[in-house]
Design a binder for this molecule. Structure first.
Ligand code: KG4
Ligand code: ZN
Length: 330
């Protein structure tokens, strides 16, 4: 297996990883969470500037930790989209520089595909066919990998907010900080998930698209109507509604496709309630479930490196003219 050096800068995490023979030699992640928390969300211009400052340091650290000579690297992988244009460009420019200096090929990686490959890092035996539930801050998608690990069929996606975006927006309503997912998960621990019945949208059979703007609005009205509300109950009930919809839609996709393996990836896949409930559901339905460890669910460059290995097998290389594609999709 080739050795890959990968760079990820699509949002607010600067990450560089070195992967050799499916082993993560290093996966350094420098998060900008504290910087953006002050603004309640990621500020694109600020994110790009910090990537510019951090990337050379993260790069150095990744090489040091991997204890590998650069001449042993076979290819440079970089996220080309989707994501923030300025942030992506910082990573792409840096990757091009490294590829030119080392005279190695460049591989452009779709960030969404990279998230799915986090499962392959954790479960090397995983091979198509499988269904993937990808739940992140910008995307909520059901993907079918029938006979290829790099060319999925898009079965459904969110028509408005992504699941992670809903967590972030509701956390803002509850004034519990950014990013919202971990904050809501924490607050939910002391709340009653059955206290409020928030809407579970679009659960009619055959519809694999999602909608999370209704549940957010419903939380807003519930907060407005009740002055002395118990925030943990709201958080837990909201989390339950989102988790229920994600599992229901995945179940629907399994019924429609007959897939027996289910992969759950993306930042929201770090959510303990989702991990616990979807694992239980999978067991009850005789399905195999693949959820990477939490640190591989959120943005990191190791998943980009792993995606690059399969792209290389397919001779899918990028030219040095490759640029950022902020709206890249499948
Ligand atoms: O995949 P990711 O790191 O970045 C994107 O590609 O978007 O996902 C970030 C999203 C954020 O919306 C964050 O609130 C959510 O994942 N998230 C969680 C948890 N950890 C991160 N949502 C629910 N529970 C969590 N524990
Ligand atoms: Zn991501």
């Amino acid at each position: 297996m080739p050795s890959i050096l990968a760079i990820e800068t699509s949002c607010d995490e600067t990450s560089v990883s070195i992967l050799k023979d499916n082993q993560i030699l290093s996966n350094i992640i420098s998060s900008q969470i504290d910087i953006h928390a002050v603004f309640g969300g990621v500020v694109p211009e600020v994110a790009a500037r910090h990537h510019l400052k951090n990337l050379p340091l993260v790069f150095e650290k990744a090489i040091q930790q991997a204890d590998i000579s650069l001449s042993q690297i076979d290819a440079i992988a970089v996220t080309t989209g989707p994501g923030l244009a300025g942030s992506l460009l910082v990573g792409i420019s840096f990757a091009k520089g490294v590829a030119i200096a080392l005279e190695k090929p460049l591989i452009g990686v779709n960030h969404l595909l990279a998230h799915v490959f986090a499962a392959k890092l954790a479960f090397s035996e995983l091979e198509p066919p499988y269904l993937a539930l990808l739940v992140s801050g910008g995307h909520t998608e059901l993907l079918m990998f029938e006979n290829s690990s790099i060319n999925p069929v898009l079965l459904g996606r969110t028509l408005d907010d992504a699941a992670g975006e809903a967590f972030d927006k509701v956390a803002r309503l509850l004034e519990i900080g950014y990013p919202g997912g971990p904050a809501i998960e924490q607050l939910s621990l002391t709340g009653n998930p059955y206290k409020y019945r928030f809407p579970r949208a679009m659960l009619e059979e055959g519809n694999l698209n999602f909608s999370f703007s209704g549940v957010k609005t419903s939380v807003l009205y519930t907060l407005k109507e009740n002055e002395k509300i118990c925030k943990p109950d709201i958080a837990a009930s909201f989390q339950e509604a989102v988790v229920d919809v994600l599992i229901e839609k995945t179940a629907m996709a399994v019924r429609m496709t007959g897939m027996k393996k289910v992969v759950v990836v993306g930042g929201v896949a770090a959510n303990s309630r989702l991990r616990e409930k979807i694992t239980f559901w999978a067991k009850e339905n005789d399905l195999q479930i693949y959820i990477p460890p939490k640190n591989l669910c959120t943005d990191n460059a190791a998943m980009v490196a792993r995606a690059a290995i399969d792209l290389m097998k397919n001779e899918s290389y990028a030219s040095l003219n490759v640029t950022a594609d902020p709206a890249l999709s499948f």
